[in-house]
Design a binder for this molecule. Structure first.
Ligand SMILES: *Cc1c(COP(=O)(O)O)cnc(C)c1O
Length: 365
């Protein structure tokens, strides 16, 4: 099989050294493995810029959605009510989860190319005193829009609201001061900006909040409290853990540190994204959302003209070594390009050259 680089928002292209960690079969109850789990948990707290006295990190089997669902299923009491902010498919997914779990919720949605308005939320909180929680996606991977974390965090602080953040595609790639922002639950997964392989998710949780969630969960496998309590004992995962994925993730964390930490990685991603958007714009391929709300993670582009056929474009680019992503919007024709993972400016420049050639050969001829 021809090898290609993934320009997708995760699973993404990882380093050979991260993949090599998976060539060894580890024992789940061995001390070295448990130590690895504990080290990962400590490192995640450092990346989240929180104190280990007030926050904890819980790792959980499954993809990112499992982590979001575990928080919604474990951390919202029957008398609580959650305001779910929606401007993309991942916000919508939280609503679907809320329905399945049967928690009280209310939705605040804005068009997918807009960010939530803080004033609207303030009014909703004022008119509905039953709202106890707000759940929001940080980087909506659907479009690549970056939601205003600080503003929503402030409104949560002011109103004593528990703040749940799906930071799946941003954590590790964008600095998030979890404790300063008083985020209560932040969810992310192994295969996004930390640059591991898929197989588990994690939650950075305020201990004080999590302590009150014993026995609340509506699902055994997704009981975040139980998972936490078990993991606190020497780092033992409840149920079988994805040992290869955990080892790869541990290596990926080391590599994040070696790169210079979150800020250095952010700079690389931002530069990748800037080069990508500038070069495509020059070819007449424009982004779906305004530059001011664009994340440095993934970009949604409009089809350049009626002759453009995504399937053909995809195959052409793939044959030249890169895999892109289809769009996730129903009303406009779009495609997406992620720029996270083991991807550098020279890769983006190379991709843009391929796209330019494609445009000359098939679109502008
Ligand atoms: C990737 C992602 C998820 C999780 O999706 P899975 O397919 O379950 O891994 C959730 N929210 C956002 C914003 C994401 O980018």
């Amino acid at each position: 099989m021809e090898n290609y680089k993934l320009l997708t928002p995760g699973p993404l292209t990882t380093t050979s050294s991260v993949k090599e960690e998976m060539l060894f079969d580890r024992c789940t109850w061995d001390d070295d493995y448990k130590k690895m789990t504990q080290q990962i948990r400590r490192r995640l707290l450092e990346i989240a810029l929180v104190s280990p006295h007030t926050y904890t990190a819980v790792l959980l089997q499954g993809s990112g959605s499992f982590g979001v669902e575990a928080v919604l299923a474990t951390c919202i009491q029957p008398e609580d009510k959650c305001l779910i902010i929606v401007n993309g498919a991942y916000g919508e997914r939280m609503v679907t989860m809320a329905k399945y779990i049967g928690i009280n919720y209310v939705v605040y949605s804005v068009p997918y190319d807009r960010i939530p308005a803080v004033n609207d939320i303030a009014v909703m909180l004022k008119n509905d005193r039953c709202i106890t929680h707000i759940a929001m996606v940080h980087c909506e991977t659907t479009t690549g829009i970056l939601n205003p974390l600080e503003e929503i965090a402030n409104i949560c602080k002011k109103n004593n609201i528990t703040f749940i953040v799906d930071a799946m595609s941003s954590f590790g790639g964008i600095e998030i001061k979890v404790e300063d922002l008083a985020i209560d639950y932040l969810i992310s997964s192994a295969n996004k900006c930390i640059q591991g392989v898929p197989g588990f998710c994690f939650v950075v949780a305020k201990i004080e909040k999590l302590l009150s969630c014993q026995g609340t969960a509506k699902s055994l496998s997704l009981d975040l409290y139980d998972q936490w309590k078990c993991m606190e004992k020497e780092g033992k995962w409840r149920f079988t853990s994805p040992t290869h994925v955990v080892a790869a993730f541990s290596k990926a964390l080391e590599e994040l540190t070696a790169e210079g930490g979150v800020l250095a990685r952010y700079k690389r991603y931002r530069e990748n994204n800037r080069v990508l958007r500038d070069k495509l714009k020059a070819m007449g391929i424009t982004a779906y959302i305004r530059e001011e709300v664009q994340s440095p993670i993934i970009t949604t582009f409009l089809f350049p003209g009626i002759k453009f056929d995504f399937a053909d474009f995809y195959q052409y680019v793939k044959a030249n070594g890169f895999v892109l992503y289809p769009g996730k919007l129903t009303d406009v024709n779009t495609f997406r390009i992620g720029n996270i993972g083991e991807v550098y400016k020279q890769d983006i420049v190379q991709l843009c050259d391929i796209i330019e050639k494609y445009m000359e050969e098939r679109i502008n001829e």
